[in-house]
Ligand binder design. Structure first.
Ligand code: ATR
Length: 273
């Protein structure tokens, strides 16, 4: 019997996840189907229950349900705890397991696909919402020299730093929060935009000299050249959108469900074309 999976979100019609997982299934010869499911804004838990009743084996969770998925899971992995959110559910006989593959997806895209090492580097992480929280720990685990969080609302960036400081093992990395206008004296090797500013084509008030020579500017949004990417490009940075991260987080979820690691580069190339 074909195993069933889904991605749950609201809205969900734009999701590329079915395309990605079908490509993985074909490549690895897995007998599975993967659908996009629209859950009502007040009906996430009921939707998950319906899917379990229908026999689904697992699901991805996207905006705006990642926190609810975290609360719904009976067991959460360490990386889901670090992120405070769940993007992958595994439905087992004895309950629902919640994991988070977003951070590992970003790190793999930067390190393996872009060929950029994070160890010893100076990283600027822009944003202090769910997307930023989801990638912070996996970035720190790669031992950058420095990681600065900047955000329009400074209190949220400061809170993220405080949470990190409460965890001893991460203190090997120098972590701090700066306001946008405190970045004038600083340069970074990797600048990651984890804000949703690109959605509205809004410019971030970043000082232009933050991009060090050979800098990688990464926008976690995908599908368009955002004002952040345009600015970084004008400053000579290498730029990329978040399509590779999308495929890599999907590959990690696929591995959790199927025990098989698909090749991501042909799928990234297929989506780019
Ligand atoms: P997500 O899950 O995408 O991270 P979120 O938790 O609502 O969504 O967080 C959105 C992030 O984008 C926040 O860091 C937000 O900044 P504030 O905390 O100051 O609201 C940031 N953001 C969104 N639009 C922005 C803009 N036009 N300029 C700067 N930051 C923006």
């Amino acid at each position: 019997m074909t195993d069933l999976y889904a991605v749950i979100g609201n809205p969900i019609h734009h999701s590329k996840s079915p395309l990605i997982h079908h490509a993985f299934a074909q490549q690895t010869q897995q007998d599975m189907d993967y659908r996009a499911v629209l859950a009502p804004l007040d009906g996430f838990a009921a939707t998950v229950q319906d899917l379990i009743t229908l026999g689904l084996r697992g699901a991805n969770v996207t905006v705006p349900f990642k926190l609810q998925a975290y609360q719904l899971a009976q067991q959460v992995t360490e990386r889901a705890q670090d992120a405070g959110a769940v993007n992958t559910l595994i439905f087992q006989q004895d309950g629902i397991i919640g994991d988070n593959t977003d951070g590992v997806g970003l790190v793999r895209d930067i390190v393996q696909n872009m060929g950029v090492q994070l160890e010893g580097k100076r990283i600027l992480l822009i944003g202090a919402g769910g997307a930023s929280e989801g990638v912070l720990h996996p970035l720190l685990a790669c031992h950058p020299r420095l990681l600065i969080i900047t955000n329009r609302s400074m209190d949220k960036a400061v809170n993220m730093v405080k949470k990190i400081e409460a965890r001893d093992e991460m203190m090997l990395v120098s972590v701090d929060a700066y306001a946008f206008d405190e970045l004038h004296q600083h340069q970074f090797d990797i600048v990651i935009n984890a804000t949703s500013s690109g959605l509205q084509d809004e410019r971030l008030p970043l000082p232009p000299q933050i991009f060090a020579p050979n800098c990688l500017a990464y926008d976690m949004m995908y599908g368009k050249l955002t004002p952040f990417m345009q600015m970084a490009q004008q400053q000579g940075a290498h730029i990329t959108d978040g399509l590779g991260m999308l495929v890599e987080q999907a590959a990690e979820a696929f591995y959790l469900w199927r025990g098989v690691r698909p090749q991501t580069s042909p799928v990234i190339a297929m989506l780019r074309s």
